[in-house]
Design a protein around this ligand. Structure first.
Ligand code: NAP
Length: 543
């Protein structure tokens, strides 16, 4: 049975970055990846139009100045193929592949309390052991796949946006249906509309979206960023969400009407969902949020000419930013095409699939291809897929039955020597996630190196520490408007999921300070043992 110091599960942006960070500290690690390729969500989300809605300069690793200078992004918002090329380049450039095992889906991980060792079992039955288990499974990676009556009878092709097939799908002459109008559905709509015979977008909830303002990057622009990269990274690390611009400081209602309109207009054309930071109170104060929401509703309405469609496509049931907004490349304009129509499934819900297509309460939509762009079981979904067994045989799913409990988003009591990246209680989906990933990866590497040097064989967060942090996450969330809508931030995206606000909303900078504080206090909130607790308890019990 192969043994390493750390087993990392998942070879996406987080797993690779963690592998690099541990290597820098001389800690041996192996990454186990279910797919036949690295890249995580950027390997799986190959749908037409897929791109990141964080700027490429910022959606990239900051750990190597050489990498920053060598790599040349081609567009302001990078496409999925370009990000996947970047991830593969990093793996080659830093010789990471030798420690990555592909085609290895982890099904179970069990903690041996006597030996302080994790045993990980893959789908092929092979087991591996490690002192430490690090879960880098992604926060939006477990797809949510609806199951409608008759779905199996559909004679056409069913595709899930988050598990997009590698072969090219030809939409030419096809009648296509997209279910879901989050970032994925909105991004693919204008692209698929270009070739499909007809495209029907099935919308349950209208979503806020801003134009992407994407463009090729000129040599001058690239040179300018590269000349000042260090300062840009520093500013990002000290920002609320890890985005590369300076957020507004003056409150929404403290400026004149003209100045407010001008500021919103400027952000709208440049910042994507960073628009939310035009004023510091847009996500904190209802009046401020209403101003920003009304501005965007006006903008979205201007992009649609048909009055009936306008009413349906502009959101009316939640404030801007209380659910994840999109950044699109021509979503609203696509509805002006003769071959694109909207099916409002809030008004006329889907009744069933038939061999011919989708029957709503209104009519049968005849289709050749149906795409589920229905999102993810967010934040905890992927973490709870493998059976993770901690102290006393308790599973992580049992422990988190009423919602996740973590100390600083790092670890959970009863699961010694287990850590997670971008998990619940960390900024995760409320941040430019690569910033959060890097912060945690480096922090863990230092923590593990320190503990190794000190002879710690078992570390475990305490119930007091995790309860304290989990309560604090709720306190910070209540300062915001996130609680005013159902979303994947609060478990509202999956029926029956515990309704707990999961990401840390206090910002990237504040989170980083909390991590530093914890490390400076010799990893406060973690018990560190030079012998496994189980063994020392046995010794005590036996006199
Ligand atoms: P999402 O934002 O969760 O959107 C899912 C959509 O599917 C929603 O419109 C939802 O409607 C609908 N839906 C879910 N279940 C349904 C059902 N049973 N019947 C009908 N409609 C259903 O998912 P996503 O678009 O994949 O995006 C998720 C996140 O991934 C994004 O917010 C972003 O963080 C990330 N992402 C990023 C990018 C990017 O960087 N550009 C691209 C794609 C994804 P309701 O709203 O009514 O639930």
């Amino acid at each position: 049975m192969a043994h390493v110091e750390t087993l990392i599960v998942g070879a996406g942006l987080a797993g690779l970055r963690a592998l690099y960070a541990l290597g820098q500290k001389g800690i041996t690690a192996t990454v186990l990846e279910a797919s036949d390729e690295i890249g995580g969500v950027w390997n799986h989300n190959r749908y037409p139009g897929a791109r990141c809605d964080v700027e490429s300069f910022d959606y990239s690793y900051s750990f190597s100045e050489e990498l920053e200078q060598e790599w040349r992004w081609t567009e302001r918002y990078p496409t999925q193929p370009e990000i996947l090329r970047y991830i593969n380049h990093v793996a080659d450039r830093f010789d990471l592949r030798k420690d990555i095992v592909l085609n290895t889906r982890v099904e179970e991980a069990a903690y041996d309390e006597d030996r302080a060792i994790w045993t990980v079992t893959a789908a092929d039955g092979r087991t591996r052991t490690a002192n430490v288990l690090m879960l880098c499974l992604g926060q939006l990676s477990a797809p949510k796949i609806p199951s409608y009556p008759g779905q199996d009878t559909f004679a056409g092709k069913l595709i899930i946006s988050a598990i997009w097939p590698k072969e090219k799908i030809d939409f030419t002459g096809k009648r296509v249906g997209i279910i879901g109008t989050g970032s994925s559905g909105m991004q693919m709509t204008p692209v698929i509309a270009e070739t499909a015979a007809h495209l029907t977008v099935f919308q349950r909830t209208a979503n806020y979206s801003l134009p992407a303002a994407n463009a090729p990057l000129s040599d001058e622009e690239v040179a300018q960023v590269k000349a000042n990269y260090a300062a840009r990274r520093e500013q990002i690390r000290n920002s609320p969400s890890g985005l590369g611009f300076r957020p507004g400081k003056v409150k929404t209602l403290e400026v004149s009407d003209e100045d407010r309109e001008a500021a919103l207009e400027k952000s709208y054309h440049r910042l994507g969902f960073g628009f939310a930071l035009t004023f510091p109170d847009i996500l904190l104060n209802e009046e401020a949020n209403a101003v920003a929401s009304d501005f965007l509703k006006r903008k979205m309405a201007e992009r649609v000419s048909d009055p009936e469609l306008k009413k349906k496509l502009v959101p009316s049931d939640h404030g801007f930013g209380t659910r994840r907004p999109s950044v699109d490349g021509g979503y609203f304009e696509a509805f002006a095409r003769d071959n694109v129509s909207l099916a409002d499934i809030r008004e006329h819900p889907i009744v069933e699939f038939t061999p011919e297509g989708i029957r709503t309460e209104e009519k049968l939509h005849e289709l050749d291809i149906v795409i589920f762009a229905t999102g993810f079981d967010a934040i905890t979904g992927a973490l709870l897929k493998p059976r993770i067994v901690g102290r006393g045989g308790q599973t992580l799913a049992e422990k988190w039955a009423d919602g996740p409990l973590t100390h600083l988003g790092l670890a959970t009591a009863g699961f010694p020597n287990l850590v997670m990246v971008a998990g619940p209680g960390s900024p995760s989906v409320l941040s430019n996630v690569i910033v959060s990933i890097e912060e945690q990866a480096d922090w863990y590497a230092q923590m593990l190196a320190t503990m190794k040097a000190e002879g710690t064989v078992e570390f475990e967060t305490t119930e007091t520490a995790e309860q304290g942090w989990t309560d604090y996450v709720q306190v910070r969330a209540r300062e915001t408007l996130y609680g005013t809508a159902d979303s994947f931030y609060n478990g509202g995206e999956v029926a029956g999921k515990p309704r707990v606000f999961m990401p840390y909303s206090g910002g990237v900078r504040h989170y980083r300070l909390k991590l530093i504080e914890c490390a400076d206090a010799h990893y406060a909130g973690f018990e560190q043992r030079t012998a496994p607790l189980a063994r020392s308890t046995d010794v005590a019990a036996n006199g």
